[in-house]
Write a protein that binds this ligand. Structure first.
Ligand code: NDP
Length: 475
């Protein structure tokens, strides 16, 4: 029997994706370098659907109907190139290779270009949702050619999560568009997690609440506009008690956050594109700072305030934090959307931010109720200059900003670090400001480096003779 699609790379993600396809009635060829994984899959899950096990690459390719659809789910980086090199010579013109790993979009662009020359379609596809999502419905972010999507789209949309009857999968643009969007998704995920962590830290340190009580606060928030997967799991983690010590689980976990690199890629790319993703950058830096154990140990002697809130300030603080979290989260998404638009512009992808928000509503880590609002903001051909200027978000932040400012001020007063909240508020205030001090910076640059400046009142490029009589010259 010919398989409609094949999956090579059967670790957790590939195995679950293959099972998901089989459960949806597709005949799925399965292959893995170490063939034990093929045997295990067929033995444990063979009754879930039609699998065609293949021990050799040649058998795998031969078992696929044409044009062939082959999904690679291996470790990102060199292993992906190795697997492509192994399979590409076995394929024919018009065949499709889907890379569902966490590839860097520049690698995807390179691979797509090389394979296109050989007549093959290469479809870099972001997949979010972890192993659970891969099995039960991930958010799928495919790039690649329109022609390839016509063939692959129906299968991918079938196995993706779905919200309000719409699949969490859509063709995002050519070559690396899918992996670019997945990268920004992960960057936003970093920012979202950091903001939630700051909220927890504030409730704990400013109010002296215990993790179990804070879990209840998050549960309540999850019934409102903040409803999201990350808020939901935060409540679960905070409510968890360590079996060994009987202490709150969060207190026994080493407070040094790790990262695999997609947040860093987001920030590096944003720097190259000139997009200010300060919320995502602060989240990446906060993880990095947490890992500098020696530096933090040395910092224990540094002077600073401590203490908790009391009275009316304490009474309204949890509500204030909810508002600060919502406002900061909006800023983080506004920055991420800006990055997607800038990437789309730079690489010619024509990505619709509203469609991106729509496919993030289910399956992925940042799934959240409020994503509907982003989609709505871009509907009917509207493209606000920033998410922050779209009517819904403008009003939401307008309502939240007093509380947001109180929270940032309180954090500074009590000495609780809130890089995410503070950066988000500064970004917001920078957008609002009629004049920024960048005029002064241009003056400084012109003074020490003759870097020139432009004027507000006339066109042209100017330089002041700072070392002489300070007359202005036009250059
Ligand atoms: P891993 O990233 O741990 O990769 C293991 C798989 O890669 C195995 O099938 C392994 O084969 C194969 N592999 C490694 N090197 C080679 C090579 N040189 N040649 C052939 N095969 C090789 O697996 P995951 O399932 O965790 O992830 C798969 C991909 O999905 C990754 O790119 C990951 O970044 C991405 N991803 C993962 C998510 C997650 O939650 N885990 C979420 C979203 C995406 P063998 O068994 O023979 O060693």
């Amino acid at each position: 029997k010919q398989a409609q699609i094949g999956v090579t790379g059967l670790a957790v993600m590939g195995r679950n994706l293959a099972r998901n396809l089989a459960r949806h009635g597709y005949t799925v060829a399965v292959h893995n370098r170490n063939t034990q994984r093929v045997e295990d899959l067929v033995e444990q899950f063979g009754d879930e659907g039609d699998f065609v096990p293949a021990r050799k690459p040649e058998d795998f390719v031969a078992s696929l109907e044409r044009p062939r659809r082959l999904v690679i789910m291996v470790k990102a980086g060199d292993p992906t190139d190795a697997v492509i090199d192994q399979f590409a010579p076995l394929l024919d013109e018009g065949d499709m290779i889907v890379d569902g790993g966490n590839a860097h979009f520049e690698d995807t662009r390179r691979r797509e270009k090389a394979l296109r020359k050989r007549g093959l379609h290469f479809v870099g596809t972001g997949i979010s949702g972890g192993e659970e999502g891969a099995l039960n419905g991930p958010s799928i972010m495919p790039g690649g050619s329109t022609e390839a999507y016509e063939s692959l789209g129906p299968l991918l949309e079938d196995i993706a999560a779905s919200v309000d009857g719409r699949p969490c999968c859509t063709h995002l643009g050519q070559d690396g568009a899918g992996h670019f969007v997945k990268m920004v998704h992960n960057g936003i995920e970093y920012a979202d997690m950091q903001l939630i962590a700051e909220s927890y830290d504030l409730l704990r340190r400013a109010l002296g609440m215990e993790p179990a009580a804070i879990a209840e606060v998050f549960r309540t928030w999850n019934e409102g506009r903040l409803e999201s997967y990350l808020i939901e799991i935060t409540a679960e983690v905070l409510a968890h008690t360590d079996a060994h010590t009987g202490r709150p689980f969060v207190d026994v976990v080493l407070d040094q956050a790790e990262q695999k690199g997609t947040g860093r890629w987001t920030v590096q790319t944003a720097l190259d594109l000139g997009v200010p993703v300060s919320g995502i950058a602060e989240a990446v830096f906060a993880r990095s700072l947490s890992g500098h154990a020696d530096l933090r140990e040395a910092g224990q002697d540094l002077p600073g305030p401590s203490g908790t809130l009391s009275g009316a300030e304490a009474d309204r603080f949890a509500d204030d934090v909810e508002q600060a979290l919502y406002a900061s989260k909006i800023v983080a998404y506004a920055q991420g959307v800006h990055q997607i638009q800038a990437g789309s512009e730079a690489y010619g992808w024509n990505i619709d931010p509203g469609a991106v928000a729509a496919i993030w509503r289910g399956g992925c880590i940042i799934r959240a109720r409020f994503l509907n609002r982003i989609t709505e903001s871009y509907e009917g051909g509207h493209a606000p200059a920033s998410l922050l200027t779209a009517p819904y978000f403008r009003d939401a932040i307008g309502d939240a900003q007093d509380a947001w400012r109180r929270v940032v001020a309180t954090a500074a007063r009590l000495g609780v670090p809130t890089p995410g909240f503070s950066a988000a508020l500064s970004y917001y205030d920078a957008l609002r400001s009629r004049r920024l001090p960048a005029g002064l910076i241009q003056g400084q640059r012109d003074y020490f480096g003759a870097h020139t400046y432009r004027r507000t009142d006339t066109d042209g490029t100017f330089h002041t003779l700072w070392g002489a009589d300070r007359t202005e010259t036009e250059s």
